[in-house]
Write a protein that binds this ligand. Structure first.
Ligand code: TXD
Length: 304
């Protein structure tokens, strides 16, 4: 876990409790933080009954040979800081981390979490030179989980029976695929009118902001850590789950040269395939708009 903040530390605990790794190492720039959190977590092992070791580190040497790096390191936007200031600052952090990962674990898989997600995944891929199977961004599982959770509340049904898919960039331009939502196999459009569905879509788009405004400081981490843990599980157990993730597109969905959320098969080697869903005209143009937004931020970075 690179970054032992809210998402990083919660992910570490979830991974340990499920014994998805032999060892979880936490790294952070704040002295003592990763060591303190990892020790506290390890002390929960006898009660929770897991044998995954947890250790905090302040440098990368001992991470050499790690299979998966979850990168959550970064700064949050502070008052007075523009979105583009944040992009530049986090890009510099991600570049320095990516160099360390490539130097110590050239075979690793990187799961990017830091915002702006799609662009930070690009920075990690560019810096490491890793092929696209090994740099994957987490966003779609979280956005889809939010959408599913709101639908389940609205209909008062089990979340397990709500299937949905959210594509696109991680931001307000994300694209919830209403046409593919089903509840126990029944299309959502047969169960709710357009207006109710649109309200759920809107709440999903603003899901991150809803949490931020309630928390006042900091952003969501329980659902984000659950999402990245699911990606880790599919990779380390080679489950080949089909999950929406942000990956480098090379012509899929008619798009190329950017990271964007699409349905991906995740297994032992990382990204093992991209599944192409048929989109309505409206969904396709929404995806194109979302892609244009991500490209705009990428261009701002290269103009640096
Ligand atoms: O869907 C998604 N992808 C997201 C993204 C969902 C939730 C959070 N999202 C983003 O993840 C969020 O906007 C942030 O960019 C990251 C991490 O969120 P978190 O809530 O965990 O932030 P914290 O608690 O501030 O933790 C960040 C930690 C903090 O402890 C810093 O000291 C550390 O990152 N940090 C570093 N660690 C290692 N190396 C370097 N260079 C470094 N710089 C800061």
């Amino acid at each position: 876990m690179v970054g032992a903040g809210h998402v990083g530390a919660t992910t570490a605990q979830r991974i340990a409790e499920r014994e998805l790794a032999r060892e979880v190492l936490l790294i952070d720039v704040v002295p003592g933080l990763p060591e303190g959190k990892a020790l506290d977590q390890w002390e929960s092992a006898p009660v929770e009954g897991f044998d995954t070791r947890l250790r905090g580190l302040s440098s990368y040497e001992e991470t050499a040979g790690s299979g998966v790096y979850v990168v959550t390191a970064g700064l949050a936007r502070k008052p007075g800081m523009s979105r583009s200031d944040l992009v530049m600052k986090n890009a510099a952090i991600i570049r320095s981390i990516a160099k360390e990962i490539a130097a110590h674990s050239p075979q690793a898989i990187i799961l990017m979490v830091t915002n702006p997600l799609d662009v930070m995944a690009y920075v990690a891929k560019e810096t490491t030179g890793f092929d696209r199977r090994r740099v994957i961004g987490m966003a779609g599982i979280l956005d889809t989980a939010r959408f599913r959770s709101f639908i389940a509340l609205e209909l008062d049904v089990s979340v397990q029976d709500v299937q949905a898919l959210v594509l696109g960039g991680h931001g307000d331009s994300m694209v919830p695929l209403v046409s593919s939502v089903s509840v126990g196999g029944i299309p959502l459009t047969q169960m709710l009118d357009e207006e109710r569905i649109e309200a759920l879509v809107e709440r999903t788009r603003k899901g991150g902001g809803e949490i931020v405004s309630l928390l006042k400081s900091g952003s969501a981490y329980y659902a984000p850590s659950a999402a990245v843990t699911q990606m880790c599980e599919s990779i380390v157990r080679d489950k080949k789950r089909v999950l929406p993730c942000s990956v480098w597109l090379e012509g899929e969905y008619g798009l190329e040269g950017l990271f964007l959320g699409v349905p991906c098969k995740l297994g032992r080697v990382g990204l093992e395939g991209i599944l192409e869903a048929e989109l309505t005209d409206g969904e396709r143009s929404a995806l194109e708009r979302s892609a244009a937004e991500v490209k705009e931020t990428m261009e701002a970075l290269s103009a640096e």
